[in-house]
Design a protein around this ligand. Sequence first.
Ligand code: B3K
Ligand code: ZN
Length: 850
Amino acid sequence: MRDPAPTTIYLKDYSPFGYFVDSVDLTFDLAPNATRVKSRIEFRPNPEASEQRFFLHGENLDLIRAAIDGEPVSPEMVDGGLICDVPPTPFVWEAEVEIDPANNTALEGLYMSNSMYCTQCEAEGFRKITYYPDRPDVMSTFTVRINGPQPVLLSNGNPTEQGDGYAIWHDPWPKPAYLFALVAGDLVNHPDRFTTRSGKEVDLNIWVRPGDEGKCGFGMDALKKSMSWDEEVYGREYDLDIFNIVAVDDFNMGAMENKGLNIFNSSCVLASPETSTDANFERIEAIIAHEYFHNWTGNRITCRDWFQLCLKEGLTVFRDAEFTADMRSAPVKRISDVIDLRARQFPEDNGPLAHPVRPDSFQEINNFYTATVYEKGAELIGMLKRLVGSEGYSKALDLYFERHDGQACTIEDWLKVFEQATGRDLSQFKRWYEQAGTPRLNVYEAWSHGTYTLTFRQMTPPSANTPDPKPQVLPIAVGLLGPNGDEVQETTLLEMTETTQSFRFEGLSARPVPSILREFSAPVILERDSDNAERAFLLAHDTDPFNRWEAGNALAKETRLAMITTGAAPDADYLDALQKLVRDDTQDPAFRALVLQPPSQSDLAQTLHDRSVIPDPQAIHEAAETFAQTLAQTLSDSLPRLYADTTIEGQYQPDAVGSGKRALNFRILSLLSRLDGGDQARRQYEDADNMTQQNAALTCLLTIDRGIAQTQAFFEQWQEDRLVMDKWFALQIACAAPAKAAAKAEKLTRHPLFDMKNPNRFRAVMGALAMNHAGFHHSSGAGYQLLADHLIALDPLNPQTTARMCTPFQSWRRYDADRQALISEQLDRIAATPDLSRDTTEMITRIRNA
Ligand code: B3K
Ligand code: ZN
């Protein structure tokens, strides 16, 4: 059965449900094609609600029987659910439905992954399990009985009874249905314990397929660190006797924060030095923390409706970033987050998919789990914290938890606690939640008789969502450096509220060099006339690590842009500055690695577009290659020594220091490979005893179009490991020369291990193709066609992953007319596909409207 007809849902139309739910009892009789779900739900009329229609959501359900207060009833089936006449007093609704988890390839509701039963209910998947008011403002306690032969039967809350072929779970904390979860399978656990600071004992488990139990230790440590951190920093304790994590191979996203039973994409929890890279370890630590932190920011306090998604997601991303900054290096985390924001959120905010952090309409909510809601949402929390200070932030958060525990809330509730805790008026700040688009911030300077004046002008480009943007509150962190490089003004926070505003610094003995937007204090595009000499000065002297990196990043970009637009040679001063920095052992290796990381080709394309130049992906690629080759030659004398100095002897440890050093080592190796034809990379591949180095060596070889033997050896070594094989698929495509990328991807889609139904594998291939900027945008159009073919093929099976993978097309208006015509043809073809899902229809419609 296909989706109900698409309709647009508006924030302004919110109204509460007509009934409260006092308790939910569910019984599952598991069978792959015919699982029976019996529900017994206590309803009570909500006297405040304007509408008393009794509508329950339900999709793809076979209703066997229904009863009210024990009397059989025949509800009327309507689009997306059922309606029924009910008494005006409290009543008990009972129903029995049959569902088909084995054929649920959408991976939403109850489905099967490698013969294990599991669920995914956020946002609106519970309605595929039984009839229910599937909306986050309806909260209830749940009791769940699972009948099945599987040795492990799990649900939310605490276990209350277990016997041969069944288990009963009770969750005492009222929750919306999207946090419901069930798992049944032949699983083994990695157990541990945690004592909360008030002395409560909690059983911890990570459940995995037999054979994976050796890959749980790192995740378990991350969980315990997260539990302690949330107690120390936010005063939040865990609230059940048990906390379970389950690893699942087929999962549409990273992980899910179901109450007491987090379900994880196995790629986001399983880790071992042999199979995971440093980046994997860091990501796993962050996602475990993120899902755990949701227990308070998401579960105990949830969202009133899905427009408020950023209430839990922006805040929880902000919290997990703070956690990572505390566990690892704060500057490195901040720089990495900004790179990611610019790579994923800026294109979204400046293209056809732009929407406010709190959208005001949607057709398919799953399409709004976006970089804007998550990452820009987290930036908003960061700005709030800057504006009210750490103390104000703590007071506001304490009030938030105290006032709203057990409630389903809105952004208005959130901002009100800040206003009341700090006495600030946040009405203008609220525009950040309501306006789409990335503000441009222009800077002008004046210097006269010891007074330095900075004048800022903000402008947000109008968009379909926000045709008439108003000025926003911008916290601009600024410091000033004297001509000798000393800081003459330490970081001060300027608060900009007008379209144009000036700030004066007096009593200076010489014209300073400004360091603007330190720590990237607001998610804007800073536009300022500067030159490479000044950038090199900041790269050498700025006390703010973020802005030091930013100066290097600007140099990296400007050099390449000049090469592309004027045919200039790589800038000699920049090469010189890089040389000095790379050799400077007093600098953190992780920082040096970040400065050596080339700007993404997509970012360069966006910048050219912003400057009204049509980007040519092939020319961007060639400039990147020429630059890397020139840098390698410039550094040639020092590369072997640098490589040796950054090679770690001894046992692999996935910590921040080791991973920083390995990141630098990888940058050095990639330069060295351009000079030695890959000899050192081959040796590293042979000697590697961890995936970080194995993966780095293979990447270097593939980038210079070598590594056939290593690719084959990698396959033979890892073909039984799905997660490592995802890397094997992705690397070959991501590193392929532009003219070969689409053909390589196409060939790999015919490989026996390519499995469309597994989202990780689909993303490994199609995501890697999109990441290869010049390959995806090759003038043949083969990349566009291949992606479209696979979106069309996947849509009937898995609309959510299909819709998400439409995003590589979002920036299509940047490119030349020929490429636009090629993409447009594919977008039309997708749009014309019969029975296209609601998810993909909405995405393609929005993208085509660019
Ligand atoms: N809340 C989930 C995401 C659900 C996505 C639904 N399409 C994971 C997270 O943000 O923690
Ligand atoms: Zn989240």
